[in-house]
Design a protein around this ligand. Structure first.
Ligand SMILES: Nc1ncnc2c1ncn2[C@@H]1O[C@H](COP(=O)(O)OP(=O)(O)O)[C@@H](O)[C@H]1O
Ligand SMILES: [Mg+2]
Length: 246
């Protein structure tokens, strides 16, 4: 059984189908890449999965349970966490306090303060920010603010993590570190769906890739299959892949 499954997921903004009749499956333990040009509907799909938005039609199940009509906090407590394309951290709070919020917020039932503190400290250690624990979050570099969001999401103790362009705006060294972090998350047994434009990262970290275009799924497969798919090449390069002599 897939850990996450969507059927016919559809969302309109006015007359625009931002996500249109999309079926998807995420298998336990995999890293699935979600790619597509700007405006393809990738972030909207994350918003639908995490219930930041409700779909017009379709259904989404997580761990076999229907989550389509749940609230975002209920989905988080079931073990589905996310980060945001534009980081949403609390800049005036310390790095540690940002992560503590995740630790208190996530998981089923209450968590004792000592356990939350331990979960937060270990998440910070995991992403390599332990030494920055006491500084205000706004003083972190962009790359580290993105790591902080990952730590906050991990502190909620997820089984599935949605990463929305964690590598956007990072330099090549930071991208390499971020790729390492995704692999470490997978090694922990956490399933990952990542939206990314950095092709090098997508190709080397993801076992499978799904491609959206104008809200519809146009391709799905291994990195090799997707990178040689004609429809995908047309969408990315705006020309017919076989138009060599016309
Ligand atoms: N809250 C919103 N209100 C109106 N239109 C939106 C909203 N969010 C996204 N859109 C539109 O939906 C489409 C898909 O956007 P988005 O999911 O952000 O794409 P991506 O993440 O693939 O770049 C775009 O045309 C975008 O302008
Ligand atoms: Mg987006």
């Amino acid at each position: 059984m897939p850990i996450l499954e969507g059927r016919g997921v559809t969302r309109y903004f006015g007359g625009l189908a931002a996500v249109s009749d999309v079926d998807f499956q995420v298998e336990q333990g995999e890293v699935l890449g979600l790619i597509g040009p700007n405006g393809a509907g990738k972030t909207t799909l994350f918003n639908l999965i995490s219930a930041a938005l409700s779909p017009r039609s379709g259904s989404i199940t997580f761990r076999g349970k229907e989550i389509t009509d749940l609230k975002p906090y209920q989905i988080c407590r079931m073990g589905l966490a996310r980060t945001f394309q534009t980081v949403k951290i609390f800049g005036n709070m310390s790095v540690l306090d940002n992560v503590l919020l995740g630790a208190f917020f996530g998981g089923e039932g209450r968590i004792a303060s000592a356990d939350a503190a331990e979960a937060a400290a270990s998440a910070l250690e995991f992403v390599g920010l332990a030494e920055a624990a006491a500084i205000p979050a706004r003083d972190l570099t962009l790359a580290n603010q993105k790591r902080l969001e990952v730590a906050r999401a991990l502190a909620t103790r997820p089984e599935l993590l949605l990463l929305d362009e964690m590598m956007e705006g990072l330099n090549p060294t930071e991208v390499n570190r971020a790729m390492g972090l995704v692999k470490m998350i997978q090694d922990k047994g956490i399933t990952v769906v990542m939206i990314e434009h950095v092709m090098k990262a997508i190709m080397s970290v993801c076992g499978r890739i799904m491609v959206l275009h104008h809200g519809a799924k146009i391709a799905e497969g291994t990195p090799q299959e997707v990178s040689t798919n004609r429809t995908v090449i047309e969408v990315y390069f705006g020309e017919r892949a076989d138009a060599s002599d016309s």
